[in-house]
Design a binder for this molecule. Structure first.
Ligand SMILES: [Zn+2]
Length: 688
């Protein structure tokens, strides 16, 4: 009988042998094995110890996760009907298994018993951290509540999920409900051809003449950016800014939902023994307390605001002098900014792209990684899922294997969009046939870049990448190194496992900095025809465009973050002050652009009301500040490749996984608390 290749855990995934038909039998078998084991492990006969409970449970779940990870990966990179069907066929069962796992109070009881038992003190730091994390996650889902409080907690959770779903639905319906049909062609002036064409086709589809514009991004954004017609921009802006509010159909109004969500979140927090929802949100995050995040945001606001004021003054002058716009309204900002950017900092993306040829870029990336972290990257062999996929290994200088990774660079019709890093195998200590050893980590790096096109002298010309794409590659490589260069030996906190989610972007954003380092770019570029490196004046223009209006962009992100955090901390949903009053107060403190009174931004702020970002929106800025501050350690050493600093970054942050709080990692690397100055400097916000 043929063995199922998905059930082979002896080494690398068997991409040469795995078929969609393997999925159902393999995953069903693993689910059944896991269920039986959990049944056994939670019985009273099994002692609450690492060796007898946590270790076998980890091994068993790892097999399921690895096999299901391969299926998920193939579904993402080879989304043909057979793989889609195989994946979707098992998805509900796998999701149900993991949901049950998180609600299994017998597991919670065992973890608590380990934490409170004699075994705990003898565990390694990593093992203790894993036990603590398990207990914490169960506690935050209400496992520790007294029996009489549990039904209410469950009812709140359920109502909150349906409110979040309703919030999104209302927003989508309100977005879809609006259309602006232009019948006078002169009103299309300034719009790119493809946008006009799309608007024309949208109208035709409705059986009408003219051009139809909607509030979906591909239609809305170009209008706000390019349409010369101020009337068109104003009409679209008003519709966009009042979605899902009292200005539209009552059944799509999110106002009451916001109120209810805030009340329930506060009630949930109080049940768990916290003062407010922001405190709950911060428990599993890197940021330590509400006051810490508040002062972080306010410090950044204080320093960025003068630059934002300068940005807006420059824009007002330009709009008045060059565009004849006396008063700059909210619907003029995107338009005037685009015109200003073109006038001052224009360069051709296509010209830049000629310099970033694939081999040169990869060699540049590998050189950065090798120099920074003292490792060697080499081509390697493995079964792959597509002929264009490449495989590499990372070794110590002595030739010892550290980890391996797949690189799938090009876009394909059957590949999910975007770029992402995923793990195939995680580093950990394992025992196989009574022999203990280290399982080496393996990562997938996936991008959607354009493949080589055209020939020269009978040879395929190399692929060329935009600078954005190169930055994306470095970003994903940063995630990959976090996974691959870990030194942790316990799965639950190895690599990116157990890392707080506001710290996960630190290594990825950190590595992006090298794409803006002149010495690196000189080495990493060669014109596709002439072989010449990127010219300095072109680089200077790229840098100026990167930092264009960074003051404005920063205060806008701070405004959203501060509003979100205060809404979930000092704001009282039952009090006299309304949500809009709070937003007005936040704007008075940090904003330089005040939208019209009728703007109903909160009603469409789905990140915090329908996504996972409630009291967590700040983490975008937080991660940027931390990664910039880490990079500044190299600048202070006077060398982006300073060996001692590189080793310290590897030791204290990159290799540490989730064994200790990310803020402790940062402090150990930097020798102090995070500071916002490096981010300001990197964004061109430098005080004279
Ligand atoms: Zn990322």
């Amino acid at each position: 009988m043929k063995t199922n290749a998905l059930l082979d855990f002896s080494g690398l995934p068997r991409f040469d042998a795995i078929t969609p038909a393997d999925v159902q039998p393999a995953i069903s078998e693993l689910l059944a094995q896991n269920r039986t084991l959990i049944e056994q492990l939670t019985s009273d006969d099994v002692p609450a110890t690492w060796g007898e409970f946590a270790a076998p449970l980890t091994d068993s779940i790892e097999h399921l996760s690895r096999a299901w990870g391969i299926v998920g990966h193939l579904h993402a990179v080879n989304d043909i009907p057979e793989w889609r069907e195989a994946y979707n066929g098992m998805l509900p069962e796998v999701s149900r298994f993991f949901a049950e796992l998180g609600q299994n109070l017998q597991l919670f009881a065992k973890y608590t018993a380990i934490r409170d038992g004699g075994d705990y003190a003898g565990l390694s730091t990593a093992q203790r951290k894993i036990i603590d994390n398990e207990v914490r996650d169960f506690r935050l889902s209400g496992a520790e509540l007294p029996e009489d409080k549990k039904p209410r907690f469950k009812a709140i959770s359920e109502e909150l999920s349906s409110l979040a779903a309703k919030f999104s639905e209302n927003l989508l319906d309100a977005t879809n409900a609006f259309a602006e049909v232009v019948t006078d062609e002169s009103e299309l002036a300034g719009l790119p051809e493809d946008v006009k064409q799309a608007a024309r086709e949208a109208a035709e589809k409705d059986g009408t003449s003219g051009w139809k514009f909607t509030l979906h991004m591909p239609s809305y954004l170009p209008v706000m950016q390019y349409a010369d017609s101020r009337r068109l921009r104003a009409a679209m802006y008003r519709a966009y800014a009042t979605r899902a509010s009292e200005f539209g159909p009552p059944e799509l109004d999110n106002t009451a939902l916001i109120q209810r969500i805030l009340e329930l979140r506060r009630e949930e927090a109080r049940l768990l023994g916290y003062e407010n929802f922001a405190e709950v949100s911060l428990v599993p995050k890197m940021a330590e307390s509400v006051p810490q995040v508040l002062s972080f945001l306010r410090d950044l606001a204080l320093k960025a605001k003068p630059f934002a004021q300068k940005d807006i003054a420059e824009l007002r002058d330009f709009a008045r002098q060059e565009l004849g716009l006396e008063a700059l309204e909210s619907w003029d900002i995107g338009y005037a900014s685009e015109k200003l950017l073109q006038a001052r900092y224009a360069f051709s993306e296509q010209e830049v792209k000629q310099y970033f040829t694939e081999d040169k870029v990869l060699a540049g990336l590998f050189h950065v990684v090798e120099t920074l972290f003292g490792v060697c990257l080499k081509p390697d062999n493995a079964p792959i899922w597509h002929e264009e996929v490449r495989f590499f290994r990372i070794e110590t200088p002595a030739g010892e294997l550290i980890g391996q990774f797949y690189l799938d660079l090009y876009a394909r019709e059957t590949k999910r969009g975007g770029a992402w890093m995923d793990e195939a195998i995680a580093r950990r200590r394992i025992v196989q046939n009574t022999i203990a050893g280290i399982q080496k980590p393996v990562a997938y790096l996936n991008c959607n870049f354009s493949r080589p096109v055209g020939e020269k002298n009978g040879k395929l010309r190399p692929a060329t990448f935009t600078h954005d794409e190169v930055t994306t590659l470095f970003h994903e490589a940063g995630h990959g190194l976090h996974h691959l260069l870990t030194r942790v030996e316990e799965l639950g906190v190895s690599g990116i496992h157990g890392v707080e989610w506001d710290a996960v972007e630190l290594p990825s954003q950190f590595l992006e900095n090298y794409c803006w380092e002149w010495s690196v770019l000189q080495q990493m570029t060669a014109h596709i025809d002439t072989g010449a490196p990127l010219p300095r004046d072109l680089f200077d223009k790229m840098l100026a465009a990167k930092n264009f209006q960074s003051g404005l962009q920063n205060v806008r992100q701070i405004e959203f973050s501060l509003f979100d955090l205060r809404l979930h901390s000092d704001f009282d949903p039952a009090g006299q002050t309304g949500v809009r009053d709070l937003l007005a107060e936040v704007r008075r403190e940090v904003a330089v652009i005040v939208p019209p009174e009728w703007n109903r931004f909160p009603n469409s702020f789905s990140h915090i009301f329908a996504g996972g970002y409630g009291a967590g929106y700040f983490s975008y800025k937080w991660a940027e500040v931390l990664s910039a501050d880490c990079y500044a350690a190299f600048e202070e050493a006077g060398d982006p490749f300073d060996p001692a600093t590189g080793r310290r970054f590897l030791d204290e942050i990159l290799s540490a996984g989730g064994t200790r709080p990310a803020l402790d990692n940062f402090r150990a690397f930097r020798g102090r608390e995070p500071q916002v100055d490096a981010l300001l400097r990197h964004s061109g916000m430098i005080s004279a």
